[in-house]
Design a protein around this ligand. Sequence first.
Ligand SMILES: C[S@@+](CC[C@H](N)C(=O)[O-])C[C@H]1O[C@@H](n2cnc3c(N)ncnc32)[C@H](O)[C@@H]1O
Length: 502
Amino acid sequence: MVLLILWRLYGYSARLLKTKLFRTAASNISFPEVWLLLVQYFERVPGFFWVVQRNSFFTMSEILENKADIELYSPHPEVRGMTTLDRAAFKRTIVVPILKVKKEVINKLLKSLKHTTLQRPGLKRVIDDPKDEDSRLVLLDPHKISAEYSLGESEQEILKQFSIDPQVSKYNLELTYDNFKTEEVLRAVLPEGQDVTSGFTRIGHIAHLNLRDHQLPYKHLIGQVIIDKNPGITCSVNKINIIDNTYRNFQMEVLAGEANMITKTRENYITYEFDFSKVYWNSRLSTEHGRIIEFLKPGDVLFDVFAGVGPFAIPAAKKKCSVFANDLNPESYKWLLHNCKLNKVDKKIKNFNMDGRDFLRGPVKEELTKELSLLTKERKNTLHIVMNLPALAIEFLDVFKHFLDGKPCSTDLLPTVHCYSFSKHDNPAKDVQERAEAFLGTSLEGRCSTHLVRNVAPNKEMMCISFQIPAEVLFKNPMEPASKRLRPNEDSPEEKSTSLKD
Ligand SMILES: C[S@@+](CC[C@H](N)C(=O)[O-])C[C@H]1O[C@@H](n2cnc3c(N)ncnc32)[C@H](O)[C@@H]1O
């Protein structure tokens, strides 16, 4: 009896929907819209409301025409405001269309009807037919079915080919927590109308979230949902301060899962292991790391002043470059050594744990002097200095003023610096160039390139400025051919003319 009334109401609602309430121009109203309208109707009829509730159908008073899609796959409304995850509370029954199909043709049919079958996480779209063991029931997507509960022409054509009766029936499908997507779960829990962005960065088994203030009351639940819905993630953390400390790592709070911060991740085919809570790591820099490595060829020398756990140094060593890597943070240094061993490049990299200025004035100067003391024709390799500490690195550039003065050096093939900086300026390239020039005490006009690495925040860019250090910066008196000073007996006409080349 109840079913009969339901069916009549369904037909009535379909007509109503087409003509009055939603003033839709669509001629084929989909089943979910009709069903939702029906449920709304029940809400106003106390007797039916009880029946509906008992079957876990929920009433939705704020259904909007174009929200039918979201609403159909919404978990039970009682989860709104939940702060401790109760997976069982998400259960909800919806009505979906089904098609009875002989089991011999099921695989072929599924291929042809793949856009019409129901696709939900963790849900089988083919189930046994309790009344006929030779048949199966195929769950269909309610959005692909018309209000008259029939399939479209092309689908009907496919069914004809397989001699399948095109009659579509209804099936009460119970959706559980496992069948909802992260966004659907969070949209149902968080206050209505608020942003539920569930993005995170993955570092091995750790999901790193950056929650907004309005999401904080739900932080543990959000962290658990991310773990549940992403295989391989067993821990979720939220950043609790901005990166403004010396070692550029940030304090974090474990939201859910095991509090194991030692993680292993891969970047550009290289494995890195480190304690994520104690060192700097940013997966968004992988392209930039790769870009710099592209400049290098075997035999080149790379000096990495702020090396972290090695994402420039290790790939450079893998490319058969000589590498000098440094980081002030003892933890970064420890994991840098570890990663050198892990990637079998510990013989190719000399590691240091000192302040960047001391590193430049000590090991870098010593090696540069050695390299530049060779005549250009003997030395084909290039020298690169990477300085990735965007908040401060530019201020370290003054170290290069008269850096090699008094040293017997060639002014050919001088080192190229790749220095990173943040900029909030309207013209970040110009801003970074001007600041670099101020610290170097010379103009870089026409002899530098700037690259936008990434947008860090609204109106804040991370830039990389690359330039060969001008001879007039490195040497007080660059006019004097360095090779002459070095090897007076080997003077050649070309070497005598070596001057301001940078
Ligand atoms: C932004 S991270 C870059 C790490 C790595 N190069 C990368 O691309 O992922 C900057 C690194 O500089 C280190 N650092 C900060 N101040 C330093 C200093 N004065 N001297 C040397 N290293 C420093 C930090 O410990 C951190 O590992």
